[in-house]
Structures are given as structure tokens and as C-alpha cells.
Write a new protein. Sequence first.
Length: 224
Amino acid sequence: ALVGQLMSLYPMPNVPASTVTDALGNPVSDPVYADALQNGAFYVGDAQNYTNSDNFLGRLDYRAGPRLSMSFKHNLQDIDQVQGGSIPQVSQYPGNGISLTGRNQNFSYNLVNTLNPRTVNEARLGWNRFRLNTLPLDSSLDASQYFKNLNFNHQGLPELLIGGVDPVSSTFGTYASLGANFTAPANRAGNLFLANDTLKLTRGRHNLKLGGGARDNRPEVKNQ
């Protein structure tokens, strides 16, 4: 009964008829060596993998006085990606694979103070944020209705190889794998705060720089 329920998640027909035949006229995937297991084409699905990225850049320069200037910069990147999707979305199953979304940001503030023609002080404050979230495409599916020993809901099916292809375990067959791999769901985020100050001195033909800075790196990873 469980196998029947899982097989019903595949689009119909599960295994499309092959237009390639062997010497005897049987439909096969490989016309030279035929199929070692059966006469039928391997599962053929519509890959739904894609990557969308939107990038924004904002900058503001302000001159507060004849010797004082400052600038503000903000970079933003939105990411929307589907990885490993091989089964098209149908009414009974939203598809396998992973949905990856994220937003990366960078903000910086620069202050340049010309103390005199030979002495310039530069101060900078910055913030970098890196965030990526991965979620199985079938996260809307309640896996507990198929596996009674699972104690989570709406996290998607675990990776199920029903004769699917997995080079690690050398498993292969006519059906694509269901669910997502162990990299999802996961939440990854990181914040980097930095501040530095530099004093530039010009003496004749020589340039001298003195300065220092501090960084605070805060990575966060949650893999469920």
C-alpha cells in the first residue's frame, strides 16, 4: 500500500514509452546494449532548475565642507534558485529538488577628512550580510501520512530512491528519486561588521600610512 501511494506521486505516465528499439523491436533505453533490468525507457522528467538574481546598487556622495566629504554605499542581491528538480509539478506532487532563496547585502560609510594638504584621515564603517535558505520543493507535503515513524510535518519527504539514480550507492532504475537530499532544509546566515581608520601622510616623495581596524564575524547555520 505504501509503495502504491508513493508511486502515485509521479506524473502519468510514470515511464514514457521509448522510441528507441533493439534488434528484436523491443523499446529500450540503449539500442546497443539494451537494458540489463527490463525493456523500458528510464524515467524522463521536465527539469525545473533555474537561477534568478536581482542586483541593486545605491550610492550617495556628500561634501560637508571644503575638507570633509563622505559617501554611503548599499549593495543588495536577491537570489531565487531551484536545484536538482527532475519531476514536474503536478496536482499530487509539487516536484522534487530544492528551493534556494537568499539576500546578500553590503553597506559601507566612508568619511574623508583632509586635515591639511599633506595629511588625510579616512574612516570607514561597514556591514556585510550573507543569507541563504534551502527548503525542499515538496515541503508542503505532509510526510507523516506515508511514514508513520516520522515526527515532523511540512518538511518534505526524505530522499527516496525508488530505482532512482544515486552514484554514491550505485542505485539506478526507471524512476527519479522523490524528496530532497540532506542539505535541506537549512538556514545559513552570516554578519560581518568592520571599522577601520587610516591616516595618510605625504612628506616630500614619501607616502606613509598608519591605521588600524576591527572585525566582528558572526556566522549562523541551522541544518534541520
